[in-house]
Structure formats: C-alpha cells, structure tokens
Design a binder for this molecule. Structure first.
Ligand SMILES: *Cc1c(COP(=O)(O)O)cnc(C)c1O
Length: 389
C-alpha cells in the first residue's frame, strides 16, 4: 500500500494546484528537485565538468535504476534527451528497404508516425495499420494474420497520449517472437504508471520520457535496446561518446546501448531522472499501477454521472488517462476554464492523433491524467468543476 500522506508531503505543490496533467508533465517529488538543484549548484560553484565528476556515482546509478525498473541489463539502457529522439535513434538506424513492411496501429504516437512517413518516403517501405478489435485495442489475431515474409518491424505505442487505452503489449510480443519480427514499443505513457517489464512484454526496443508518469525533469528520456539485436541498428549519428576514434580513418562503436547517447547532455537532468526512478521503485510499480488505474476508473465513472459529459477511452484495460468532453463546451475552453479553477489538464487535438480521433469524428478531447498522489477528494472537486463549466 502507498503512504499517500507521505507522497503528498513529498509533492508540496499538490496542495496549491489540482494536478491532473501527469500524462503531460507530472509534479516532481522533493528528492528529484533536490538532486537537480544539487547538480546545478555544483555547476554554478565549481564548474560543469567538475560537477559531473562529483555526480559520477549518480550518473552510473542511472543505468542500474533503469535496468531494475524495466527488468533489463544496465548496458541495454541509454539516456536520450526525450522519448521522441530515443525512438528515432533506434528507428532511423534500422536497415529498411523497398518492399519491406512495417506494422503500426491507430494509437501510434504522432511524431513516431511522422517518422514512419518520413522514412517510408525516403526508403520506400510500406506502412500497414493493424486493425483494432471491438474494444479499440490492437487486434492481436489480425496482427498475427497480417505478418508476411516482408514484415520487418512492429512499431506500436503501449499507452497512447490521447486516451486511457492500454494496448496488449505482451500479446503483441508473443506474436513478434513467433514470426521473428523486430518489436519497437513506445512506452512513454506507461513507464511510471504501469509495471513495465521488457522480458515479460518481449519487446526488442523501448522508449520513454522522464517528465511524465516517472515524475522526472523535463528534457530527459531513455531508450532500451535488447543486447541480442543491438547490431541490427546502426546509430543515425555518432560522436566521441558513442564511438571510439581508433585510428585516423577508423572508429568503433562503443558496446551496448550507450552508442545511442550524446557526449553533451543535461547532467543534472540525468541525475534527477535517476532519482525519479529510484523514488518510483521505492513506492513499487505494482502499487503505483493498482492505485493509478483505480483512480482513473473512479474519475471515469464520476464524469459519466455528469449531464452532457461523454468519456472516450478505448480498450479492455485502461489506465490513469481519462479523456472526455461536455456538450456545448469546446474541450480547449474546458481546459482554460479548469485552469482558472486551479486545475491542470491537457487537451488532445485531432491534428496530433489523426489515425485515432479522425475516424471517431472527435476534434478534441479534454485529457485528465491522475497519479498515485492524487486523491478521491480531488476527483470530487474536479467533477464539480466540470459540472459548473
Ligand atoms: C509524450 C509522448 C511521446 C513523446 O515524448 P517526448 O519526451 O516529448 O519526446 C511519445 N510517445 C507518447 C505515447 C507520448 O505520450
């Protein structure tokens, strides 16, 4: 069980604002903020390189904490400045060619889909969209049936940015393994709110960000690449960190996932994100998952009681992201109105989720996303504010 009182004491600003925007960027807990401040202060006082030297243990701990979080090995983890670039570092390094096929789903993250279009235009591979089942999640049988000899990659999103759906990532993993197809999972919204285990899911590559449900600083992200497939990806960029200049005209890539990193990076952010992972693991990801999904469902149920409100989350399994709209009020205006009441939410726009929202004729939705430090009282207050809006 989570000590909610302590979690809230560690998150002092949750007393000033009702934060239902954890899928956008959560509130950092005190130890994360302290770690950031400590490293920044060292940079200010003794110099950037010297500060990094002082932070050496924490910088190493980054890989251990992520390995523990995801059930991976430390050398399978890379720090990347955000989830999109992490995903890109793997995807743009794949050797796709004309005639190849890549499978994705309507819930895919917009920037990933743009990268698919970008590379498809350059390299000439085809993009296949796997159907959704009745519930709106990836249709696993359809996926099994559509994989052919030319299918080289399954690239899907675990939890989409624009709704509460949790895709059946482990079932997809079984199918990817059965057919020997590479499996790239965007776990940006799931890591930190769901107990994500790369071995159980069976993905080859996984990307995520620091600021969302992990509660780390902005400008941080990470990439997992399974040891056994690392040589199938040629990093799209290299530098003096990811490669060694062995002779005037030759180089070798460094071992492991560090070949996807940059030499220069946000050192304080790395340490802050390490602390965020440590903090989450202390609470326990299974505990977090249970509470977040229960609060999410309570919020959904309470919103459905409000006259004129419809809830739009798909899937058999749902998480802490809740999307809704109210008759007669534009979702963006709903967001502004709630902000005026000291409540933080986001708006999901169709233009950033075309494959998902356009066929459902949804122009926009208000997105409320809860975390474990949120409470039933906050849900009650939130629903009152939606009623009034
Ligand atoms: C936010 C988000 C991303 C992008 O993360 P960045 O760190 O902003 O690059 C990718 N995928 C999903 C599902 C997201 O919600």
């Amino acid at each position: 069980m989570i000590d909610i009182e302590k979690a809230r004491l560690d998150t002092p600003s949750c007393e000033n604002v009702l934060h239902f925007n954890n899928a956008g960027s959560s509130l950092m807990p005190v130890p994360v903020f302290n770690a950031l401040q400590r490293v920044l202060r060292d940079e200010y006082e003794v110099g950037g390189y010297e500060a990094a030297r002082r932070a050496e243990d924490d910088l190493q701990a980054f890989y251990m904490e992520f390995a523990g979080l995801l059930n991976a090995e430390p050398d399978e983890i890379a720090f990347v400045e955000n989830a999109t670039r992490a995903w890109d570092m793997a995807f743009y390094g794949l050797h796709l060619k004309p005639g190849d096929r890549v499978i994705t789903h309507a819930s895919e993250y917009a920037s990933n889909y743009l990268a698919l279009l970008h590379q498809s235009r350059r390299l000439g591979f085809e993009i296949d969209i796997v159907a959704s089942d009745q519930s709106g999640q990836i249709d696993v049988d359809a996926l099994d049936n559509m994989i052919g000899a030319n299918t080289k990659l399954i690239a899907i999103t675990h939890v989409p940015t624009q709704g509460g759906l949790v895709n059946p990532a482990a079932e997809v993993g079984k199918i990817a393994q059965k057919h020997g197809v590479l499996y790239l999972l965007d776990a940006c919204q799931s890591v930190g709110q769901i107990n994500v285990d790369v071995a159980e899911i069976g993905c080859d590559i996984l990307s995520g960000t620091g600021r969302k449900f992990l509660r780390g600083p902005r400008g941080t992200g990470f990439l997992y690449v399974r040891r056994g497939i690392i040589d199938q990806i040629d990093p799209p960029f290299i530098d003096l960190f990811s490669a060694k200049w062995t002779e005037a005209n030759s180089f070798t890539l460094v071992d492991g996932a560090k070949r996807f990193e940059n030499w220069e990076s946000f050192v304080a952010g790395r340490v802050g994100l390490m602390e965020a992972v440590r903090y989450a693991r202390n609470i326990g990801l299974a505990n977090i998952e249970a509470r977040v999904s229960a609060l999410g469902q309570d919020l959904r149920d309470a919103l459905l009681e409000v006259k004129g409100v419809s809830v739009h989350d798909l899937g058999l399994k749902k998480c802490g992201i809740v999307t809704f709209k109210k008759d007669g009020i534009d979702p963006a205006l709903m967001g502004d109105t709630l902000r005026g009441d000291g409540i933080n939410v986001s708006t999901s726009q169709m233009t950033s989720a075309r494959l998902d929202l356009e066929p459902r004729d949804l122009k926009a939705l208000t997105r409320a996303s809860v975390h474990y430090f949120n409470t039933q009282d906050e849900i009650t207050r939130f629903v009152e504010a939606v009623k009034k809006a």
